[in-house]
Design a protein around this ligand. Sequence first.
Ligand SMILES: [Zn+2]
Length: 317
Amino acid sequence: MKTNIVKPFRKVSLLLGFDTEAPFDQPHQEEDIKPAIYQTITIVKSLNSLFDSYKVSRTFFLLGKFVEKAAKLYNKELIKIFNIDNPLIDVQSHAYSHRQFRHVPVGMNKPTLTPGQVFEDIKKANEIISEILHKEPIGLRAPRGYALGLNNSEELTESVKNAGMHYVSSDLRNKDWQIKTDLFDGHEIRQPRKYSNGLIEMPSHGWQDMAFSGLDIPGVPQFQKWDKKKVDKYIVGHYTELMDKAMDESKKRNKTIYIGGCFHPQAIAVYDGDLKLFRQILDIAKEKEVTVESYTSAFNNIQSLNKKYEQRISNMQ
Ligand SMILES: [Zn+2]
């Protein structure tokens, strides 16, 4: 007799998002910018071959200023690198200037854009990305990230939405504004959510990977002083732990749980230049049956679920 074993519902999705920006808002001289651009592009190319071989989609959140400068160095080759005809490559926006949308009370004190300037900054990036890469962005990674994202600022969510964005990933810091976030904020699980104007927030989880490249910021371990093997083990363990936690929650809630990755090619060049760790993380995800996908792919799933739900509600009325 054949028995049907009902597998408990378990679905976890690990989102690959790469903030592609070097040189972002550092006071580089024109000549000093080139090596940073070459380094970033080299890593992007390696990431593309790795993810193509695993058949997983990924998002590159491109800084407008970066695209502008890289286009001068790479000309038409840039279109091949961020090839939007490859269905696994997702090109989105990281705004134009990397100026912050909200005051960030830790780290370097930087000027904050007004909501009107935020609109202009996103629009400018849209124009550059559409002109050079022939893609109209619908998703945005907000520069630096903020505790609780754009909560309590209708002006900001309106600016972002009016600039053409359907989703934003801006909730990238914990309540102490550190660049590490948990799956939970107190008792509340941090998952994609809707602002009152319909804009979707896609929060990130775990360390922003800039930490692994060695930062002198209070609260960030001095990874640059650790033994390389120890750092490697820590990084793989960090993402494995996030996947395990998300699996548990998915089982408990009977819902898909999203883990938002916040990665940077210029940091990867320092901590995982040969992508050995990324390969390990992809293998672990496969073993655990965790879906690995781009932010936009997850956003589309969320939207179609929302639509189905709204349809059901309206059918009941
Ligand atoms: Zn950035």
